[in-house]
Design a protein around this ligand. Structure first.
Ligand code: FES
Length: 308
Protein backbone atom coordinates (compact mmCIF):
# COMPACT_ATOMS: atom_id res chain seq x y z
CA UNK A 1 0.00 0.00 0.00
CA UNK A 2 1.25 3.46 -0.88
CA UNK A 3 0.45 6.36 1.36
CA UNK A 4 0.58 9.83 -0.06
CA UNK A 5 0.98 12.58 2.47
CA UNK A 6 -0.33 15.85 1.26
CA UNK A 7 0.97 19.10 2.45
CA UNK A 8 -1.68 21.47 3.84
CA UNK A 9 -1.28 23.64 0.72
CA UNK A 10 -1.86 20.68 -1.65
CA UNK A 11 -5.41 19.99 -0.53
CA UNK A 12 -7.12 22.55 -2.82
CA UNK A 13 -5.24 21.10 -5.83
CA UNK A 14 -6.16 17.57 -4.81
CA UNK A 15 -9.84 18.42 -4.56
CA UNK A 16 -9.76 20.31 -7.85
CA UNK A 17 -8.31 17.25 -9.64
CA UNK A 18 -10.87 14.95 -8.07
CA UNK A 19 -13.69 17.29 -9.05
CA UNK A 20 -12.41 17.49 -12.66
CA UNK A 21 -12.27 13.69 -12.80
CA UNK A 22 -15.82 13.49 -11.49
CA UNK A 23 -17.13 16.07 -13.98
CA UNK A 24 -15.34 14.44 -16.91
CA UNK A 25 -17.13 11.19 -16.18
CA UNK A 26 -20.41 12.93 -16.83
CA UNK A 27 -19.60 15.65 -19.30
CA UNK A 28 -16.93 14.16 -21.54
CA UNK A 29 -17.45 15.09 -25.18
CA UNK A 30 -18.26 12.55 -27.84
CA UNK A 31 -15.35 10.38 -28.91
CA UNK A 32 -15.71 11.13 -32.59
CA UNK A 33 -12.89 8.72 -33.46
CA UNK A 34 -15.40 5.92 -32.78
CA UNK A 35 -18.17 7.40 -34.92
CA UNK A 36 -18.97 5.57 -38.14
CA UNK A 37 -22.16 7.34 -39.19
CA UNK A 38 -23.36 10.90 -38.82
CA UNK A 39 -27.01 11.89 -39.05
CA UNK A 40 -27.63 15.53 -39.84
CA UNK A 41 -31.20 16.40 -38.96
CA UNK A 42 -32.53 19.66 -40.28
CA UNK A 43 -34.33 21.73 -37.69
CA UNK A 44 -34.76 24.87 -39.73
CA UNK A 45 -38.14 26.63 -39.77
CA UNK A 46 -39.80 24.54 -42.51
CA UNK A 47 -38.62 21.25 -41.08
CA UNK A 48 -39.86 22.25 -37.63
CA UNK A 49 -43.24 23.14 -39.14
CA UNK A 50 -43.32 19.75 -40.84
CA UNK A 51 -42.84 18.13 -37.39
CA UNK A 52 -39.24 17.11 -38.02
CA UNK A 53 -38.56 17.06 -34.29
CA UNK A 54 -40.75 13.97 -33.85
CA UNK A 55 -38.64 12.04 -36.36
CA UNK A 56 -35.42 13.21 -34.67
CA UNK A 57 -36.66 11.97 -31.29
CA UNK A 58 -37.50 8.54 -32.69
CA UNK A 59 -34.11 8.22 -34.36
CA UNK A 60 -32.19 9.25 -31.27
CA UNK A 61 -34.21 6.99 -28.99
CA UNK A 62 -33.59 4.06 -31.31
CA UNK A 63 -29.84 4.72 -31.43
CA UNK A 64 -29.63 4.88 -27.65
CA UNK A 65 -31.70 1.79 -26.98
CA UNK A 66 -29.80 -0.25 -29.54
CA UNK A 67 -26.44 0.69 -28.02
CA UNK A 68 -25.48 2.59 -31.15
CA UNK A 69 -25.02 5.96 -29.50
CA UNK A 70 -21.23 5.86 -29.40
CA UNK A 71 -20.93 4.70 -33.03
CA UNK A 72 -23.07 7.50 -34.36
CA UNK A 73 -23.25 11.24 -34.20
CA UNK A 74 -26.50 13.14 -34.50
CA UNK A 75 -26.48 16.82 -35.29
CA UNK A 76 -29.30 19.27 -35.73
CA UNK A 77 -28.55 21.62 -38.58
CA UNK A 78 -30.19 24.80 -39.68
CA UNK A 79 -31.96 24.88 -43.05
CA UNK A 80 -30.44 22.46 -45.56
CA UNK A 81 -31.85 24.44 -48.46
CA UNK A 82 -34.52 21.89 -49.43
CA UNK A 83 -37.50 23.22 -47.50
CA UNK A 84 -39.90 21.92 -50.16
CA UNK A 85 -38.95 18.39 -49.07
CA UNK A 86 -39.15 19.05 -45.32
CA UNK A 87 -38.27 17.45 -42.98
CA UNK A 88 -34.90 16.60 -44.49
CA UNK A 89 -31.95 14.59 -43.23
CA UNK A 90 -28.46 14.02 -44.54
CA UNK A 91 -26.53 10.88 -43.63
CA UNK A 92 -22.76 10.67 -43.88
CA UNK A 93 -20.65 9.06 -45.19
CA UNK A 94 -22.15 8.82 -48.64
CA UNK A 95 -24.02 12.13 -48.77
CA UNK A 96 -27.45 10.50 -48.65
CA UNK A 97 -30.28 13.04 -48.56
CA UNK A 98 -33.68 12.07 -47.25
CA UNK A 99 -37.00 13.85 -47.79
CA UNK A 100 -40.29 14.08 -45.90
CA UNK A 101 -38.90 12.14 -42.95
CA UNK A 102 -41.70 11.03 -40.64
CA UNK A 103 -41.22 9.31 -37.25
CA UNK A 104 -42.06 5.99 -38.96
CA UNK A 105 -39.49 6.48 -41.72
CA UNK A 106 -36.91 7.68 -39.22
CA UNK A 107 -36.29 4.30 -37.61
CA UNK A 108 -36.21 2.47 -40.99
CA UNK A 109 -33.60 4.90 -42.25
CA UNK A 110 -31.45 4.50 -39.15
CA UNK A 111 -31.82 0.70 -39.26
CA UNK A 112 -30.89 0.56 -42.90
CA UNK A 113 -27.67 2.48 -42.36
CA UNK A 114 -26.67 0.85 -39.10
CA UNK A 115 -27.79 -2.76 -39.64
CA UNK A 116 -27.37 -3.16 -43.38
CA UNK A 117 -24.84 -0.45 -44.15
CA UNK A 118 -26.95 0.88 -47.01
CA UNK A 119 -29.42 3.74 -47.49
CA UNK A 120 -33.20 3.39 -47.30
CA UNK A 121 -33.55 3.86 -51.06
CA UNK A 122 -37.31 4.42 -51.08
CA UNK A 123 -37.02 7.59 -48.99
CA UNK A 124 -34.05 9.16 -50.71
CA UNK A 125 -34.13 12.62 -52.18
CA UNK A 126 -30.60 12.39 -53.55
CA UNK A 127 -27.45 10.34 -53.38
CA UNK A 128 -24.07 10.77 -54.95
CA UNK A 129 -24.06 9.92 -58.62
CA UNK A 130 -27.66 10.97 -59.26
CA UNK A 131 -28.00 13.83 -61.70
CA UNK A 132 -31.47 14.84 -60.48
CA UNK A 133 -33.33 15.04 -57.19
CA UNK A 134 -36.16 12.61 -56.60
CA UNK A 135 -38.85 15.08 -55.58
CA UNK A 136 -42.40 15.92 -56.49
CA UNK A 137 -42.23 19.22 -54.66
CA UNK A 138 -39.88 21.29 -56.79
CA UNK A 139 -40.67 24.99 -56.62
CA UNK A 140 -39.25 27.42 -59.07
CA UNK A 141 -38.15 30.51 -57.21
CA UNK A 142 -39.19 33.77 -58.78
CA UNK A 143 -35.99 35.38 -59.99
CA UNK A 144 -35.66 39.15 -60.00
CA UNK A 145 -36.57 40.85 -63.23
CA UNK A 146 -36.52 44.43 -64.40
CA UNK A 147 -39.74 46.36 -64.85
CA UNK A 148 -40.14 49.61 -66.68
CA UNK A 149 -41.20 52.58 -64.57
CA UNK A 150 -41.09 56.35 -64.39
CA UNK A 151 -40.25 58.12 -61.12
CA UNK A 152 -40.72 61.86 -60.69
CA UNK A 153 -37.25 62.49 -59.29
CA UNK A 154 -35.14 60.27 -61.55
CA UNK A 155 -37.22 59.80 -64.69
CA UNK A 156 -37.55 56.64 -66.78
CA UNK A 157 -35.90 53.57 -65.37
CA UNK A 158 -35.79 49.83 -65.18
CA UNK A 159 -36.17 48.59 -61.64
CA UNK A 160 -35.71 45.11 -60.19
CA UNK A 161 -36.86 44.12 -56.71
CA UNK A 162 -33.80 42.33 -55.38
CA UNK A 163 -32.67 40.29 -52.39
CA UNK A 164 -32.64 42.11 -49.06
CA UNK A 165 -31.29 39.36 -46.82
CA UNK A 166 -27.91 39.52 -45.11
CA UNK A 167 -26.80 36.54 -47.18
CA UNK A 168 -26.95 38.77 -50.22
CA UNK A 169 -26.19 42.21 -48.82
CA UNK A 170 -23.11 41.39 -46.73
CA UNK A 171 -21.09 39.99 -49.67
CA UNK A 172 -22.26 42.85 -51.83
CA UNK A 173 -21.12 45.44 -49.27
CA UNK A 174 -17.77 43.68 -49.06
CA UNK A 175 -17.49 44.01 -52.81
CA UNK A 176 -18.45 47.70 -52.73
CA UNK A 177 -16.20 48.79 -49.88
CA UNK A 178 -13.29 46.46 -49.32
CA UNK A 179 -11.85 46.98 -52.77
CA UNK A 180 -11.09 50.42 -54.08
CA UNK A 181 -14.31 50.66 -56.02
CA UNK A 182 -15.52 54.22 -56.45
CA UNK A 183 -19.13 54.37 -55.41
CA UNK A 184 -21.66 57.14 -54.76
CA UNK A 185 -23.64 57.19 -51.52
CA UNK A 186 -26.90 58.99 -51.04
CA UNK A 187 -28.63 58.92 -47.70
CA UNK A 188 -31.97 60.62 -47.18
CA UNK A 189 -32.38 63.59 -49.45
CA UNK A 190 -28.69 64.46 -49.49
CA UNK A 191 -26.49 64.79 -52.56
CA UNK A 192 -24.39 61.90 -53.78
CA UNK A 193 -21.09 61.57 -51.93
CA UNK A 194 -18.23 59.72 -53.59
CA UNK A 195 -16.48 56.98 -51.63
CA UNK A 196 -13.26 55.99 -53.35
CA UNK A 197 -11.20 54.53 -50.50
CA UNK A 198 -11.53 51.05 -49.04
CA UNK A 199 -13.67 50.92 -45.88
CA UNK A 200 -14.08 48.37 -43.13
CA UNK A 201 -17.22 46.26 -43.41
CA UNK A 202 -18.03 44.79 -40.01
CA UNK A 203 -20.92 42.34 -39.63
CA UNK A 204 -20.11 40.92 -36.22
CA UNK A 205 -23.24 42.35 -34.59
CA UNK A 206 -26.47 40.35 -34.43
CA UNK A 207 -28.36 42.76 -36.68
CA UNK A 208 -26.17 45.64 -37.74
CA UNK A 209 -23.57 45.94 -40.42
CA UNK A 210 -21.14 48.84 -39.96
CA UNK A 211 -19.23 50.43 -42.79
CA UNK A 212 -16.52 52.61 -41.38
CA UNK A 213 -13.61 54.55 -42.73
CA UNK A 214 -12.42 58.05 -43.49
CA UNK A 215 -15.21 58.91 -45.89
CA UNK A 216 -18.19 57.04 -44.48
CA UNK A 217 -19.76 55.87 -41.23
CA UNK A 218 -22.89 53.91 -42.00
CA UNK A 219 -24.91 51.46 -39.90
CA UNK A 220 -27.72 49.39 -41.34
CA UNK A 221 -29.59 46.45 -39.83
CA UNK A 222 -29.48 43.50 -42.22
CA UNK A 223 -29.83 40.52 -39.86
CA UNK A 224 -33.20 38.91 -39.19
CA UNK A 225 -34.87 40.88 -36.41
CA UNK A 226 -37.37 39.76 -33.84
CA UNK A 227 -40.40 41.67 -32.59
CA UNK A 228 -38.70 42.69 -29.36
CA UNK A 229 -35.88 44.73 -30.94
CA UNK A 230 -35.84 48.46 -30.34
CA UNK A 231 -37.58 50.79 -32.76
CA UNK A 232 -34.24 52.34 -33.77
CA UNK A 233 -33.04 48.96 -35.07
CA UNK A 234 -36.38 48.39 -36.86
CA UNK A 235 -36.07 51.85 -38.41
CA UNK A 236 -32.69 51.05 -40.00
CA UNK A 237 -33.57 47.45 -40.96
CA UNK A 238 -33.28 46.87 -44.69
CA UNK A 239 -36.47 45.24 -45.98
CA UNK A 240 -36.54 46.37 -49.59
CA UNK A 241 -33.67 46.31 -52.05
CA UNK A 242 -34.10 47.66 -55.57
CA UNK A 243 -31.63 47.65 -58.42
CA UNK A 244 -32.14 50.72 -60.54
CA UNK A 245 -31.08 51.30 -64.14
CA UNK A 246 -31.69 54.81 -65.39
CA UNK A 247 -32.45 55.62 -68.99
CA UNK A 248 -30.93 59.06 -68.99
CA UNK A 249 -27.22 59.45 -69.52
CA UNK A 250 -25.35 60.74 -66.48
CA UNK A 251 -22.29 60.00 -64.34
CA UNK A 252 -24.37 57.60 -62.26
CA UNK A 253 -26.97 55.55 -64.08
CA UNK A 254 -27.21 52.41 -62.00
CA UNK A 255 -27.87 51.97 -58.30
CA UNK A 256 -28.88 49.79 -55.42
CA UNK A 257 -31.58 51.49 -53.35
CA UNK A 258 -32.42 50.24 -49.86
CA UNK A 259 -35.57 50.98 -47.87
CA UNK A 260 -37.03 49.88 -44.56
CA UNK A 261 -40.29 48.02 -44.08
CA UNK A 262 -42.33 51.21 -44.13
CA UNK A 263 -40.80 52.21 -47.47
CA UNK A 264 -38.56 54.86 -45.95
CA UNK A 265 -35.43 55.45 -47.98
CA UNK A 266 -32.28 54.38 -46.10
CA UNK A 267 -29.47 54.66 -48.60
CA UNK A 268 -28.73 54.43 -52.31
CA UNK A 269 -25.41 53.15 -53.61
CA UNK A 270 -24.79 54.70 -57.01
CA UNK A 271 -22.61 52.98 -59.60
CA UNK A 272 -20.69 55.04 -62.10
CA UNK A 273 -21.72 54.67 -65.72
CA UNK A 274 -18.22 53.56 -66.70
CA UNK A 275 -17.82 51.10 -63.79
CA UNK A 276 -18.72 48.06 -65.82
CA UNK A 277 -17.15 45.59 -63.39
CA UNK A 278 -19.37 46.59 -60.49
CA UNK A 279 -22.47 46.59 -62.67
CA UNK A 280 -21.55 43.20 -64.09
CA UNK A 281 -21.05 41.92 -60.53
CA UNK A 282 -24.47 43.17 -59.43
CA UNK A 283 -26.17 41.58 -62.41
CA UNK A 284 -24.37 38.27 -62.31
CA UNK A 285 -23.70 37.59 -58.62
CA UNK A 286 -26.44 39.56 -56.86
CA UNK A 287 -29.30 39.17 -59.37
CA UNK A 288 -28.21 35.89 -61.02
CA UNK A 289 -28.70 37.63 -64.35
CA UNK A 290 -25.60 37.76 -66.57
CA UNK A 291 -25.51 40.83 -68.81
CA UNK A 292 -26.33 38.77 -71.89
CA UNK A 293 -29.44 37.32 -70.22
CA UNK A 294 -31.20 40.37 -68.83
CA UNK A 295 -34.75 39.56 -67.71
CA UNK A 296 -37.29 42.29 -68.38
CA UNK A 297 -41.04 42.22 -67.87
CA UNK A 298 -42.85 42.71 -71.20
CA UNK A 299 -39.54 42.67 -72.96
CA UNK A 300 -41.18 42.93 -76.40
CA UNK A 301 -42.39 46.40 -75.51
CA UNK A 302 -39.17 47.70 -73.98
CA UNK A 303 -35.93 48.12 -75.83
CA UNK A 304 -32.95 47.40 -73.64
CA UNK A 305 -30.83 49.31 -76.15
CA UNK A 306 -32.35 52.56 -74.87
CA UNK A 307 -30.73 51.92 -71.50
CA UNK A 308 -27.35 50.68 -72.63
S1 FES B 1 -35.78 24.16 -43.02
FE1 FES B 1 -35.17 22.11 -43.36
S2 FES B 1 -34.53 22.16 -45.41
FE2 FES B 1 -35.10 24.20 -45.04
Amino acid sequence: MVYIFLDYYDYPLFFFLKLSQFLCTFYMGKNIAKVTTTFQFCDGGSCQKAKGEMAIREARAYLRNQGLWDDTHTIKTRCNGRCEDAPTWIVQPGNFWYKNVTPEKAVSIVKSHMDQNKPAEEYLLYKEGWSILLTENEKTAALPLFKYKTEITIGELLIARAFASDQHLYPLFQYFFQESTSIGIQTGEQNIKIIDQPHKVDYSDKYDIKITGEQLQLTLAIGGITKDVSSTVTERKVSVAEVIWLKKKAIFTKALRLKNKKGKHLVTFWIKEDDENTWEHILKVYLSMPSNQIRIENENEISIQEFI
